[in-house]
Design a protein around this ligand. Sequence first.
Ligand SMILES: [Fe+2]
Ligand SMILES: [Fe+2]
Length: 328
Amino acid sequence: MTMEQSLPLPRKPEIPDDAELSGADDRAWRDLLARLSRQSVTKHFDAYEDVDWDDPSHAVDPGDPRFELIELDPLGGTDWYRSQPQPLRARIGLHRFATFMKVGVQFENILKRGLLTFAESLPNESPEFRYVYHEIAEETQHSMMFQEFVNRTGLRVGGMPPALLWFARRIPNLARRFPELFFVFVLGGEEPIDQMQRRALRERQWRHPLAERISQIHVIEEARHMSFARAYLLRHVPKLGFFSKSLLALRSPFILGNMATLMLQPSAEFARRYQIPKDVLEQAYRRSPVFAGLRRDSLAKTRRLCHELGLIQPPYSWIWRAFRIQEA
Ligand SMILES: [Fe+2]
Ligand SMILES: [Fe+2]
């Protein structure tokens, strides 16, 4: 029996919206953490119990047409992609999805190390402790689920470019030294993935049931993670001093811009492997107004939050424009 069959699921989403969180006092903060922790007990998923990996309709075959690129990926709309033979189109689509999963595994690895570092600094009786450990457990299940999928493709799936991975490995320390910046990084990784998965689910773009199942599980649990990160920022950023707040305003758009690119655009290595011509990449991503909108929208909630926290204003607003993640 799966988790969903055995446990009653809440009728309406219990995740509070941002408005409910602003100005949260200590009582509201404790209530939120208790509520999120409770939901982590009643509504969580196991990578091996709740995904039927061995169902024949879930088989992962690189030639399966159900893996062709979904409409959300602008590469799929190019003449170049449409002119490729069908098995290659499927392979490219599967490889893109698996790369998304692999980057997810790497991002969640850094995230979990950061959360462990954050938890290490918490005193006894801290209300954050239990919730943070729930989140670490959930990210562990996600990473097992993503890696299992990657392994089943039989493809050589790379993840983040090495330079970015080197940089990202320094992030867990931020969770102790500058947790506000760490939670901006968390949202920068979580929101673009979540937005893409949510939209693909809503528009029924996943044609392969395994891709759909993985996305369903992920968006349910990510809602809690993003609620926590947003609430943490709303509670702590207003208390920062001038210097720390300026540093946060300066660094946030760098992190968010790079994360959006990482999550939504194929890497140079991927483009080389499939010999995607430069002008096709330009047309699909760099010069496409549709993609520019998609990229901006992928950070909409985080940008709204940064705006509310006073992080998007001169002299820092130009950085948001330079990374093309400003409000349209
Ligand atoms: Fe996750
Ligand atoms: Fe998460």
